[in-house]
Design a protein around this ligand. Structure first.
Ligand SMILES: Cc1cc2nc3c(=O)[nH]c(=O)nc-3n(C[C@H](O)[C@H](O)[C@H](O)COP(=O)(O)OP(=O)(O)OC[C@H]3O[C@@H](n4cnc5c(N)ncnc54)[C@H](O)[C@@H]3O)c2cc1C
Length: 430
């Protein structure tokens, strides 16, 4: 479906003569879901977006396939993925959790498919289809969507918001307001942290926003020789002070000294904290299914079987081609050395590299590449039973703006659907 060009200019008469039931700032997944639910509950809703189209970040999700949610339907199990903050989500998940989200998409004629790790995607569809579905629902529910909308300030009277003042001096008045401006990650999509500033001005505490689910850089320069490589079924462990701090099995991506992929992203928050304390190391286990002893037997067998072949060729059965020169260099083995000539000491070096390939973390790659922002509006300032601010009586929050971040696998969009739905419903009914 071709998206119609949204209204560019807001007519003064419409704005000045009207008092909406709910004014929402930020048309990302959370704001759009809140707007749709509030209008389904009978509220007259205006949705303000600074970009030209809603859901710019949504378009990038799940490598443009949009990992809508996760197949984990147990509320307690689902919320446990968010650490200690997860408890805050329990009420919203009971009201509109993963099951209800899947039903929502099915009801709106978007079939879904479940993949590895319970990741749920539109079946045969893309993130663009999800964006268009929301756009259709915005139109169907007569929600006033104002795009290219620059907000100058939010005017407050006592513990209430009085109005939103736009850059062109127009004013938007509503009974209730909702902030869903997202976090600070991928700022090019519009998430530039504006909501934090307004919320802070109104007395809310902002937990220091930090990049989370982010790739990282390692110090080892020779990693550049590898180029781009996808690693499957590896185990990566994080160490500090010779103690294992975290460890994950799955897929990682190497792009020179830049490391990403699901297991790196999922450990990045912890790595960020460890880096503040000092030296942080990663160890890649390329053969997690084999113990040191079994791997030694396997190497011995391979070297005996191919005793006339060079080390370079023998290793091609064990490792991706791009890694072989690095392994030989680090273990100081001549690439042409025959299988029968490889010493026990050399075999041990190879075995160690295969099981504990060492890398030193230099830094996380920052907000520009972070999938999500950790930190945000303190949960202590929000009522989990309504998503209403405890400081400003007619203000609600939804989505990434709140201090909540989960792992990869559809967990973060689910927070947007759940909190958006719940906040929209409560704002409409209040
Ligand atoms: C590359 C990438 C891939 C991802 N993939 C997945 C995935 O597959 N599954 C998953 O669960 N999560 C994924 N995420 C995370 C997910 O996209 C976010 O959790 C989600 O977009 C947050 O939604 P939101 O509505 O809270 O905020 P956002 O999506 O950030 O939307 C906020 C909106 O508010 C608008 N806004 C901001 N300031 C103002 C202002 N001053 N005035 C008006 N409007 C304003 C912005 O322009 C934006 O449109 C991914 C993130 C990235 C970056």
């Amino acid at each position: 479906m071709q998206m119609k060009k949204p209204k560019k200019k807001i007519k003064e008469t419409v704005i000045r003569s009207k008092q909406y039931d709910l004014a929402i700032i930020g048309a990302g997944p959370a704001g759009m879901m809140a707007a749709i639910r509030a209008s389904e509950c009978g509220a007259d809703v205006v949705l303000l977006e600074k970009n030209h189209t809603p859901g710019a970040k949504l378009l990038l999700t799940g490598k443009e396939r949009c990992n809508i949610t996760n197949a984990e339907t147990d509320v307690m199990e689902f919320s446990a993925n968010f650490g200690k903050n997860g408890k805050f989500l329990i009420s919203t998940l009971y009201r509109f959790g993963t099951k209800e989200t899947i039903d929502f998409f099915h009801k709106n004629e978007m079939k879904t498919i479940t993949e590895r790790g319970g990741r749920i995607f539109p079946e045969g569809g893309t993130a663009k289809d999800v964006q268009e579905l929301f756009y259709r629902l915005i139109k169907k529910n007569n929600i006033a969507l104002f795009t290219d909308c620059t907000i100058n300030s939010i005017s407050q009277k006592g513990n209430m918001i009085e109005k939103i003042i736009l850059a062109n001096r127009d004013e938007i008045k509503a009974k209730n307001y909702l902030l869903s401006t997202g976090g600070l990650s991928y700022p090019q999509t519009g998430s530039t942290g504006d909501g934090y500033i307004w919320a802070k001005q109104m007395g809310h505490t902002i937990i220091q926003p930090e990049p989370a689910l982010t790739p990282l850089f390692v110090k080892e320069k020779w990693m550049d020789e590898i180029g781009r490589l996808r690693l499957k079924n590896v185990m990566i462990s994080v160490y500090q002070d010779n103690k294992k701090q975290d460890s994950r099995f799955g897929e990682a991506l190497i792009s020179g000294s830049f490391l990403g992929g699901p297991i790196i992203l999922d450990m990045s928050k912890k790595i960020g904290k460890l880096l503040k304390n000092g030296h942080t190391q990663l160890f890649i286990d390329f053969k997690p299914a084999l113990s040191f002893e079994k791997l030694d037997k396997r190497l011995l067998r391979d070297f005996e079987k191919h005793n006339k072949k060079g080390a370079k060729n023998i290793l091609s059965e064990l490792l991706p081609q791009k890694l072989i020169p690095i392994f030989l260099k680090l273990s100081k083995i001549d690439p042409l050395k025959k299988g029968r000539e490889i010493t026990k000491e050399e075999r041990n070096k190879l075995r160690l590299l295969l099981k504990q390939f060492p890398l030193t973390v230099k830094c996380l790659s920052g907000f520009n590449n972070a999938i999500i922002t950790s930190g945000g509006i303190s949960l202590k300032n929000i009522d989990p039973k309504t998503m209403r601010s405890k400081i400003i009586q007619n203000l609600f929050f939804a989505g990434e703006i709140i201090d909540m971040d989960g792992p990869t696998g559809g967990y973060n969009l689910q927070v947007c659907w759940s909190t958006g739905y719940f906040a929209g419903e409560n704002a409409a009914e209040s």
